[in-house]
Design a protein around this ligand. Structure first.
Ligand SMILES: Cc1cc2nc3c(=O)[nH]c(=O)nc-3n(C[C@H](O)[C@H](O)[C@H](O)COP(=O)(O)OP(=O)(O)OC[C@H]3O[C@@H](n4cnc5c(N)ncnc54)[C@H](O)[C@@H]3O)c2cc1C
Length: 396
């Protein structure tokens, strides 16, 4: 098994690096660096720059408008994107529903929905979780009942990321209560402008509005919006899960954060933190864990390139990558000391802060620390990943 990159891979890296330096919108990078939440327009600006270069649908096969890149190229692209401080793509269309549509959808559905995703003109949300159904997703109860050529949808979805920006939502809905709970679930795409759909914001501890609850009250949805067969939605939804979890590594983004922490320690206050043994020991331990994560990612990539699948091992990546992200951002927030209490980037500086010269990185670091707590919850919580590791890898 070969770890690392070929000369052709390294040449590709230079091409990607040049793109982010010369052709990607600088104002988006600046806004993200200051810790502000990207708007829908920022996402579109970013995604259209990538689309213009043919690099938006990185994971899609070439026949559907994707890059057709190797696993190494995809990894290098992600690394360079994060190194530049650019925006990750909104995953709901490009990573989640797009592949489900081109794999299981009809030709009509592909023609109808794929172009909007590829041109970043149509935004999607993912309607899986419900107030009583998260880890045990198959227990979901939001229902779709047949009525002529339509379904009538009633119920509530929650923690729906970016639903306030979404034009469409893809949902797992209950169409049958008999038999195994996984068997009565149907995959339906719903136009967010349909009468009866309402979105309520949920503001999180980092001061940001990303999450929502989405309510459906007698929402009429044409059967033509169903992907695949009724009752088979669970199979379609699970299709790409293993591949998705490898995308949590974000090695280059973590290296960037560690560099920023080192810098903040020497420029905040009298800069003495940068020489404290306890701080340096924590920083070194995080750097060592990041090196270990990178080797684990490269090992997974090598097995994918040799025709394997990341499979259950991607659960290991998910756990170590998200725990490391939480520990790095914790040190990041601490390295700004009390300056971190001043304000979140998205809210006004409170009057009591007066003219205090707050280091530029302080507010983003604290918002990042708080926001990163969610990483061990979404995408299948880390406890659930540990169950998978115990059962399927360790055979306990
Ligand atoms: C920032 C964020 C964005 C999200 N975006 C979306 C989205 O766009 N669309 C969407 O559909 N959902 C989204 N989610 C929801 C997410 O998928 C769920 O929060 C997640 O699956 C956990 O479900 P839950 O919140 O209902 O917690 P629960 O399932 O109730 O779990 C509560 C706790 O119990 C633990 N637990 C549960 N079952 C077990 C078990 N069998 N063994 C051991 N421990 C267990 C969990 O690990 C957790 O610590 C998002 C969540 C967050 C935080």
């Amino acid at each position: 098994m070969e770890f690392g990159f070929t000369a052709a891979d390294e040449a590709f890296r230079m091409e990607v690096r040049d793109f982010f330096q010369t052709q990607y919108p600088r104002e988006v990078i600046d806004k993200i660096n200051r810790g502000y939440s990207p708007s829908k327009e920022d996402y579109q600006h970013s995604e259209r720059a990538l689309a213009a270069r043919g690099w938006l649908a990185v994971n899609w096969p070439r026949e559907f408008g994707g890059t057709g890149w190797t696993a190494n190229q995809k990894y290098i692209f992600d690394e360079e994107l994060e190194r530049a401080g650019a925006l990750n793509v909104v995953p709901m269309g490009l990573l989640y529903v797009g592949p489900v549509i081109y794999t299981f959808g009809t030709d009509e559905q592909k023609k109808r929905w794929l172009p909007g995703i590829l041109q970043s003109t149509v935004f999607w949300a993912q309607g899986y979780s419900e107030p009583g159904s998260g880890s045990d997703l198959a227990s979901l109860q939001c229902a779709a009942v047949c009525d002529g050529d339509d379904y009538i949808v009633n119920g509530t979805k929650i923690w729906t990321s970016q639903a306030q920006h979404a034009d469409w939502i893809f949902c797992l809905l209950r169409t049958d209560n008999a038999g195994r709970k996984q068997e009565g679930i149907t995959f339906l795409c719903i136009d967010m402008t349909t009468p009866g759909v309402s979105v309520k914001p949920i503001v999180t501890i980092d001061g940001k509005h990303v999450l929502n609850s989405v309510e459906f009250a007698d929402v009429r949805v044409p059967m033509a919006n169903r992907i695949g067969e009724e009752g088979k939605g669970w199979d379609y939804a699970n299709y790409l899960l293993g591949h998705e979890r490898t995308s949590y590594a974000h090695v280059a983004g973590k290296r960037k954060l560690l560099r920023e922490i080192r810098e903040a320690a020497s420029t905040t206050g009298d800069g003495s933190l940068a020489h404290e043994a306890a701080f340096l020991t924590r920083l070194a331990a995080l750097e060592a864990r990041l090196d270990a994560l990178e080797i684990t990612v490269l090992r997974t990539l090598a097995s994918v390139s040799e025709g394997g699948s990341p499979g259950d091992e991607s659960s290991i990546l998910k756990v170590i990558a998200t725990e490391l992200a939480q520990d790095i951002t914790e040190l990041g927030a601490e390295s700004f000391g009390y300056y971190g209490l001043i304000s979140f980037p998205d809210s006004a500086t409170p009057p009591w802060a007066g003219n205090t010269p707050v280091p530029a990185g302080a507010a983003p670091a604290v918002a990042r620390y708080l926001g990163t707590r969610a990483q061990s919850i979404y995408g299948g919580s880390n406890e659930i990943q540990k169950n998978i590791i115990a059962r399927r890898i360790l055979k306990l």
